[in-house]
Design a binder for this molecule. Structure first.
Ligand code: FAD
Ligand code: NAD
Length: 466
């Protein structure tokens, strides 16, 4: 079979690339080794985790917030299997939506492992060992990533688990140890903590979500402690053992003191690694780097001119929206267009409650770069909507250039931060000053007014409500 473009991997990078290519008139095929489309994000990542975050938040609110509103639900119980079933249905609905989009865009989908036999030929091997050969002018590798583990640790998927198993537990654990206070650890930790699990986080660094602006991690840790999280910061894990119905974790702190923790499960959430197994890269003249990533140039082109790579399998933040942007970018490059991605403005969101969201540079990065800057903050305690909604934890922080007032970074922890950060991204894409944001009329009462007020505070300390 002859194609203009073959995309290997149907995650948010791959399936979006295929759609854009087809829109631009390329005869396109998409190869996915699993039966369902959508990759990590749809099947075992973004979507199922957000479905469970939503369910667990409803439960938490019903238990702790409803009574304050005068709503008493006596004898409330959780049907955990119903919660999981809803999550599975959400995923299934999105799976069929993606399959529909492939049909609608006339993209040929092949189910099986895609492997290069040479730079222009890809063999697809299905689960029942049937083979198809695809000849193609261009290929996009979008094979994503898999959970990383720690040296010497046996991730047995029974008691010592990754996010994939944590999204599919059969019972609500009484206790859960989480290794890694990053995005996965805190999101999935939140799901179970809200359902009553005792969650203990063991983190190597001195801050949770350590790559985000430090002020955010500090505030998030404070609110998660209130939810019942225990934190063991600056602890290095030295071993984890499956002891049948429980796990035992050993760790060492900065003073070389040893601790031992016990729980029913241990979730390993220490990052993800690029996935290229079975791709036959050696037949395509491509070598991975020291981190297992596929090296690409600024056009996302590999060493082999007709082969491109996008998403988690290349360098950069492992985020679905970054993969999507890259998918569109490469489809347009191949079609002769001159697209652009602004890697400085890829928002990052942690879907805990309160939500955490950032775009642009952190205060630590700006300091290190030696840029003159000013900051403005606004607490949700003074935001009318947040008070009315009993959701007034957190703040918005705007950092702008000392001389030009151009916004350099926006960091928010608070209700609906995930949605508000979009406004900051638009403003920064158009190189707005803090005053520009402060002068835009924001509806009242809304959570987004916190961003306006923080921007006014950064402009010249003229917040109107604090
Ligand atoms: P993937 O989504 O990993 O897709 C790659 C696909 O390629 C897979 O389906 C795989 O089966 C297939 N494949 C691999 N090799 C072959 C082969 N040889 N032949 C055929 N098929 C192959 N990101 C966000 O932005 N927001 C979130 O809220 C978020 N939540 C997450 C929650 C969890 C628990 C996890 C684990 C991740 C989350 N992420 C989130 C990250 C996000 O899922 C990834 O960044 C994103 O899926 C990367 O997309 P991708 O297209 O590069 O690869
Ligand atoms: P992460 O990089 O966000 O966090 C890993 C954490 O583990 C870090 O805090 C790190 O310091 C810590 N760590 C590393 N080694 C350790 C050790 N030996 N002992 C203790 N702690 C250790 O990675 P993750 O949470 O596994 O997520 C993986 C990827 O998936 C991330 O790149 C993330 O962007 C993506 N993801 C995104 C979202 C989202 O956008 N909301 C949600 C989930 C996952």
């Amino acid at each position: 079979m002859e194609y203009d473009l073959v995309v290997i991997g149907s995650g948010p990078g791959g399936y979006i690339a295929a759609i854009r290519a087809s829109q631009l008139g390329l005869k396109t095929a998409l190869i996915e080794k699993y039966k369902t489309l959508g990759g990590t994000c749809l099947n075992v990542g973004c979507i199922p985790s957000k479905a469970l975050l939503d369910s667990s938040e409803h439960y938490h609110n019903a238990l702790h917030k409803f009574p304050v509103h005068g709503i008493n639900l006596k004898g409330m119980t959780i049907d955990f299997s119903a919660m999981m079933l809803r999550k599975n249905e959400v995923v299934a609905q999105m799976n069929s939506g993606t399959a529909y989009l492939m049909k609608k865009n006339k993209i040929d989908v092949f189910t099986g492992v895609g492997s290069f036999t040479d730079t222009k030929t890809i063999k697809v091997t299905s689960a029942d060992k049937k083979e198809s050969i695809l000849n193609t002018k261009y290929t996009i590798i979008a094979t994503g990533s898999k959970p990383a583990s720690l040296p010497g640790l046996n991730l047995d998927k029974k008691r010592i688990i990754s996010s994939t198993e944590a999204l599919n537990l059969k019972e609500i654990p009484k206790s859960l140890i989480v290794i890694g206070g990053g995005v996965i650890g805190l999101e999935l930790g939140s799901v179970y903590a809200r359902l009553g699990t005792k969650v203990s986080v063991v983190e190597y660094m001195d801050s949770v979500i350590p790559t985000m602006d430090r002020a955010l991690g500090k505030e998030l840790q404070r609110t998660l402690k209130k939810l019942g999280f225990e934190f063991y910061m600056k602890h290095k894990v030295t071993g984890v053992e499956n002891k049948g119905k429980k796990v035992v974790l050993k760790a060492e702190n900065a003073k070389s003191e040893n601790i031992e923790l016990e729980a029913e499960y241990c979730l390993v959430a220490v990052g993800r690694k690029p996935y290229t197994e079975g791709l036959g890269l050696e037949n395509a003249g491509i070598k991975t780097d020291e981190k297992g990533r596929i090296p690409v140039d600024e056009k996302l082109q590999t060493k082999t001119a007709n082969i491109y790579a996008i998403g988690d399998v290349i360098a950069g933040p492992m985020l679905a929206h970054k993969a999507e942007e890259e998918g569109v970018f490469v489809a347009e490059v191949i079609s002769g267009q001159k697209p652009h991605i602004n890697y400085d403005l890829i928002p990052g969101v942690v879907y805990t409650w309160p939500e955490v969201a950032s775009v642009g540079q952190t205060e630590e990065q700006i300091k290190e770069a030696g840029l003159p800057y000013k900051t403005g903050t606004f607490s949700y305690k003074a935001n009318g909507r947040a008070v009315a909604n009993m959701d007034n934890n957190g703040f918005a922080k705007v950092i702008s250039h000392q001389e030009t007032d151009e916004v350099l970074g926006v960091h928010i922890i608070g209700p609906r931060a995930a949605d508000i950060i979009g406004e900051a991204a638009v403003a920064m894409e158009f190189r707005a000053s803090a005053e520009d944001i402060g002068r835009i009329c924001h509806a009242h009462p809304t959570f987004s007014e916190a961003l306006k007020e923080a921007a006014l505070d950064a402009t010249d300390k003229r917040s109107l409500n604090s």
